[in-house]
Ligand binder design. Structure first.
Ligand code: GLA
Length: 347
C-alpha cells in the first residue's frame, strides 16, 4: 500500500489543489482531491489484467468548479432533496436554497463538493479531508466540524468514513456521488450492467421527486433488483415512477436495521468481469442511472451523455427531515456523527 501526492492545478481563486492517490498491492488505485474531497479516479484491472479508470470526472480543476452532475462528489450538508427547501427544527424554520425547482438538492450550490479541505494521509492506505462548515452555511444551523476519510485496502475495499460534530442542533446527511461505469469512464451506456439491490421497497416519489411518505413494494415492479438483473430490462417500462425520473433515480429502503452496517447491493459487468459490492450503515440508497447527464466533456476527451454512469448513493431517505416516519438525520449539538460506506471491488 502507498499514498502519493501531486499538484492538480489551481482554483480560479489561485489556490493550489493536491491530488492524493492510494494504490494497493493488486494494482487498484483511488485518486482524491482536497478540492471538494472529490473522488477523481478509480483504477481497476479487468479479468485480463487491463486497468481502466471506472469513475466519471474531469482532468482539471475548472471542470470540478462547475460539476453540475456531481461527478465524484462528497455531498453535504444534505444529500438528495428537501421538499420546499424548508425544514423545522426545535420550532425554528430553516429556509434553504431552491436549486431544484421548489426544492433543495444536495444542500445547495456551492455544496461540500466545491470547497477546499485540509487534506492529509493517515497511514499507508488512508487519506482524510476536514474543514469547519460555518454556522448558517447553505442555511443549515450550527458550526460543524466535517471530516471524510477514504481508505483503500488490499482486499479491494474502498471505505468511506464520515464524521461530523456541530455546536448546535442540526441535520446531516452526507453521501458520495461517484458515477461508476465498469466498462471504463468512457465506456458509454451502462444499462447492460447487472445490478442487485437489497431492498423490498422504495420510497414513492411525487412531484419534483420528493418522497410523498408512501412505500412501494418492489415485487412485480421494475424496481425489483432483489436478484441481479441487467438495468436495460425494465428501465423503459411503462411505469409512472420511472417516467417521472427519466429512468432510475429512486431511494431504495435497505433490508436491514436502519443504522446497522450491512449489505446494500452489487454491480457486475460481464465483458470486463469488473464489479463491486456495496455495504453501508445508512438506511437508504439512491440508485441513479445518470438520466440527467447531458454532453459533459470529461477525462481524456470523453463526452459523457445520458446513462453513461450510475450512482449508488447511500443516505438517509430523501426529505427525511420532513417525514416523521423516516429514520431521522437529526444531529444533536455536540454529538459525534459517524457513518461508513464500503464499495468492494472485484474483477
Ligand atoms: C442525485 C439526484 C438526481 C440528480 C443527481 C445530480 O442522484 O437524485 O436526480 O439530481 O443527483 O445530477
Amino acid at each position: 500500500m502507498s499514498v502519493s501526492k501531486e499538484q492538480f492545478g489551481t482554483t480560479k481563486d489561485g489556490v493550489g489543489v493536491t491530488k492524493f492517490t492510494i494504490t494497493n498491492k493488486n494494482g487498484m488505485s483511488i485518486s482524491l482531491l482536497d478540492f471538494g474531497a472529490i473522488v477523481q479516479a478509480i483504477h481497476v484491472p479487468d479479468k485480463n489484467g487491463k486497468t481502466a479508470d471506472i469513475a466519471l470526472g474531469f482532468d482539471d480543476i475548472a471542470g470540478y468548479e462547475v460539476n453540475n452532475c456531481y461527478f465524484g462528489a462528497f455531498v453535504g450538508r444534505h444529500a438528495n432533496r428537501i421538499g420546499g427547501a424548508f425544514f423545522d427544527l426545535n420550532g425554528t424554520g430553516y429556509q434553504l436554497q431552491k436549486n431544484d425547482g421548489e426544492n433543495n438538492l444536495h444542500g445547495g450550490d456551492p455544496g461540500f463538493h466545491k470547497v477546499m479541505y485540509r487534506g492529509d494521509t493517515a497511514g499507508e492506505s488512508s487519506v482524510y479531508f476536514e474543514r469547519v462548515s460555518p454556522n448558517g452555511e447553505q442555511g443549515f444551523p450550527g458550526a460543524m466540524e466535517v471530516k471524510v476519510t477514504y481508505t483503500l485496502t488490499d482486499d479491494n475495499e474502498f471505505k468511506i468514513e464520515y464524521f461530523a460534530r456541530s455546536d448546535a442542533d442540526t441535520i446531516y446527511n452526507p453521501t458520495n456521488h461517484t458515477y461508476f461505469n465498469f466498462l471504463g469512464h468512457d465506456g458509454g451506456d451502462i444499462t447492460k450492467h447487472e445490478v442487485e439491490i437489497n431492498a423490498d421497497a422504495i420510497t414513492e416519489s411525487g412531484v419534483g421527486l420528493i418522497p410523498n411518505g408512501n412505500f412501494i413494494q418492489v415485487e412485480g415492479t421494475p424496481f425489483d433488483f432483489r436478484q441481479s438483473k441487467k438495468v436495460f430490462l425494465d428501465i423503459e417500462a411503462d411505469d409512472e415512477q420511472l417516467k417521472n425520473a427519466g429512468g432510475y433515480d429512486h431511494n431504495f429502503c435497505l433490508k436491514k436495521q436502519p443504522r446497522e452496517y450491512g449489505y446494500a447491493g452489487k454491480v457486475f459487468e460481464e465483458t470486463t468481469g469488473r464489479g463491486m459490492e456495496i455495504y453501508t450503515d445508512l438506511p437508504g440508497m439512491q440508485f441513479y442511472t445518470g438520466n440527467f447527464i447531458g454532453n459533459e466533456k470529461g477525462k481524456d476527451g470523453a463526452v459523457y451523455t445520458k446513462r453513461t454512469g450510475m450512482c449508488f448513493e447511500t443516505q438517509f431517505f430523501p426529505n427525511a427531515v420532513n417525514v416523521p416516519a423516516f429514520t431521522s438525520c437529526y444531529l444533536p449539538k455536540g454529538e459525534a456523527f459517524n457513518s461508513t460506506t464500503v464499495y468492494k471491488f472485484s474483477w
